[in-house]
Write a protein that binds this ligand. Structure first.
Ligand code: RIB
Length: 303
């Protein structure tokens, strides 16, 4: 049976500004181009899972506004089950500045994402039990994220936590996470140690793995990623590609990783596949629209 994933998290409407550099304090800087579209770490991760063909449900909240319409419409068109997305308040926004090398600076306005409650989760907990994986991030209230981790701790469902933006999480809660994915700055926040080298990333991964007791992945952008579990602590180099926009690349990586895990592939295979998929993502402008589909990958349509 094909495994189902439930993503419980944020949906943001992204305003992506491409520009040569960030302005200085007090400076008005003329940017190059504007790309608008669906985003939010939760919705992005759901979009990548569905684009690869995984049955995906999205649990979250958007506003009763045109941004909410656009977010629900685009996710539905990709094949995500959006019947668990409630409409209230105003839609969350992502304001992203993308530099010529593809690197980005991002701020979010939480909006309706902040209105998700524990009661919302309790209402659908029976349906969530059918999911092989639940993917979480930190753009919804942290108490809801922690509640879900604790609620599913001893269940068959695998909990994937992308602790982004980084939050302090008690060790006993982290113990319920099967797969923790963070980037280098989030890993530095969680361990209290700066990460500037692959060796430092590797020891941060080990430290976090000792807390979760399961698998930890640290993504390092252009440098690649580290995967740590009970048996290994391994570095995976990134693909050398011409990056134009890294918005959502980490989310694309996570979606691809979970898809690959759902196929029963080894951690090595999952890491290689996720590296490949996210490399394709950074080569195209925008967020979700830059994520490759299973068909595109199969036919070699994305290079
Ligand atoms: O990870 C990228 C995402 O982070 C963007 O889509 C933005 O909305 C923020 O949530």
């Amino acid at each position: 049976m094909t495994k189902q994933v439930a993503v419980i998290g944020s949906l943001n409407y992204d305003i992506i500004v491409k520009q040569q550099r960030m302005p200085y304090k007090g400076e008005t800087f003329i940017a190059d181009t504007l790309v608008q579209g669906p985003g939010g770490k939760g919705a992005n991760q759901a979009a990548q899972c569905a684009k690869l063909g995984m049955p995906t449900i999205m649990v979250g909240k958007v506003g009763q506004d045109r941004f909410g319409d656009a977010l629900v419409g685009s996710l539905t068109a990709i094949g995500v089950d959006t019947s668990y997305v409630k409409r209230t308040g105003s839609t969350g926004l992502g304001i992203v500045h993308v530099m010529p090398d593809g690197d980005y600076y991002s701020s979010i306005i939480k909006g309706a994402n902040e209105l998700i409650t524990i009661q919302d989760i309790d209402e659908i907990v029976g349906d969530l039990m059918n999911a092989a994986f639940i993917i979480l991030q930190q753009e919804i209230p942290q108490q809801v994220t922690e509640y879900i981790i604790k609620r599913f701790k001893d269940s068959e469902t695998q909990i994937v936590l992308n602790n982004a933006p980084a939050c302090h999480i008690p060790s006993d809660v982290l113990r319920g996470v099967n797969l923790l994915v963070v980037n280098e700055s989030e890993a530095a926040f969680m361990t209290g140690k700066s990460i500037t080298t692959i060796e430092e990333a590797s020891s941060a991964g080990k430290k976090l793995q000792e807390i979760t007791g399961d698998t930890v992945i640290i993504t390092l952008g252009k440098e690649g990623s580290i995967a740590v579990n009970n048996e290994k602590n391994e570095y995976f180099a990134a693909k050398k590609v011409k990056a134009v926009d890294a918005t959502g690349a980490g989310d694309s990586f996570i979606g691809a990783l979970v898809y690959s895990l759902s196929k029963g592939q080894s951690l090595d295979e999952c890491m290689k596949f996720a590296t490949e998929v996210s490399a394709k993502t950074v080569m195209k402008e925008g967020g979700q629209e830059s994520f490759p589909t299973e068909k595109e990958l199969r036919k070699g349509l994305v290079r």
